[in-house]
Design a binder for this molecule. Structure first.
Ligand code: ZN
Length: 311
């Protein structure tokens, strides 16, 4: 019995050992398999996390872009709406001034022949006094500044818009002695070309006010024909009622000042300046104060204004 028990125990132990030995490769297999699964899981998990992170980043970005687009839309819509409302109000004010129902006065500061490199200085003075003006632009010198051939002046177009000024059309060539007035077509093409230039440089600003280079009288016998064509293009034109003479030979600050003050006498003034002239730049702060002291409100021009002639 004792011997048989021992022999049985031995048998069981041998069987157990055999089973354990047989189980080793299975265990190894399972162990290895487990590691590879774990690795796969880790890598998948990592991918998942990176993907969600990327997606989260991108969806944040898209939200930001949409936000900014909305703001951009609102901004331009707001600006457009504000401008429309502002111009409507100014038109009502003009009407009552012209009908002697108001004692208010308006001065429209206008600057011809730019953009010049010196235009930045004029813009800064206007900003300083919180005055919005009108810039009659031309492309006499292509994309370069007329007063500095080494500099590109195209950034100024966006600057006019950014600072709330009116951009107007002074023809692409300004070629008074170079055929601008040799035919109606020549003039109109020079207007269209400058309109295109402004549109391109500002991302869509459309000009609708022209000033004839040299004044509308310079067009001579072509004037009425040109005006008819301008009408078809929804353009009006404007000359000026006051100036400091900076388009001619200004020799001193005093001369500029005297010219300027002696021409201020209307209830609504359109003041002609050139944004390259150093004497005009010198008198500009005083000219603004002078007008404001006399009760003028300084405003930017707009198509519907009574000062913009349509026929
Ligand atoms: Zn001019």
């Amino acid at each position: 019995m004792g011997k048989s028990l021992k022999s049985n125990q031995r048998k069981i132990i041998v069987i157990l050992i055999v089973i354990l030995v047989l189980l080793i490769p299975i265990n190894i297999y399972l162990y290895l398999n487990n590691i590879s699964l774990k690795k796969e899981y880790q890598s998948l998990n990592k991918d998942y996390q990176t993907n969600t992170k990327d997606f989260k980043n991108e969806s944040n970005k898209i939200d930001e872009i949409k936000d900014k687009l909305d703001k951009l839309n609102n901004l331009s819509n707001d600006t457009k709406k504000i401008k429309e409302e502002l111009f409507k109000d100014i038109k009502i004010l003009e009407d009552s001034i012209l009908n002697n129902k108001s004692n208010s006065k308006i001065a429209y500061l206008t600057f011809d022949d730019g953009p010049y490199y010196s235009t930045y200085k004029f813009l800064d003075v206007l900003d300083q006094y919180n005055v919005k003006a009108t810039f009659f632009t031309t492309s006499i010198n292509g994309t370069n500044c007329f007063d500095d051939n080494t500099k590109n002046c195209m950034a100024l177009y966006k600057e006019y818009v950014k600072r709330g000024h009116t951009i107007a059309n002074h023809t692409y060539t300004h070629g008074i002695f170079k055929g601008l007035y040799s035919s109606i077509d020549n003039f109109i093409n020079a207007v269209k070309k400058q309109e295109e230039k402004v549109k391109t440089e500002t991302d869509g600003y459309i000009t609708n006010i022209v000033r004839f280079p040299g004044g509308s009288v310079t067009a001579g016998r072509l004037k009425s024909g040109i005006i008819k064509e301008l009408q078809k293009l929804n353009y009006g034109y404007v000359d000026w009622t006051a100036e400091d003479g900076d388009g001619g030979n200004l020799t001193s600050r005093t001369a500029a000042w005297n010219n300027f003050t002696s021409t201020i006498n209307e209830k609504i003034e359109v003041v002609l300046f050139h944004d390259f002239n150093k004497y005009t730049l010198e008198i500009l702060p005083d000219a603004i104060k002078y007008l404001e002291d006399k009760g003028y409100i300084l405003l930017p021009l707009f198509y519907e204004s009574n000062m913009i002639k349509k026929s």
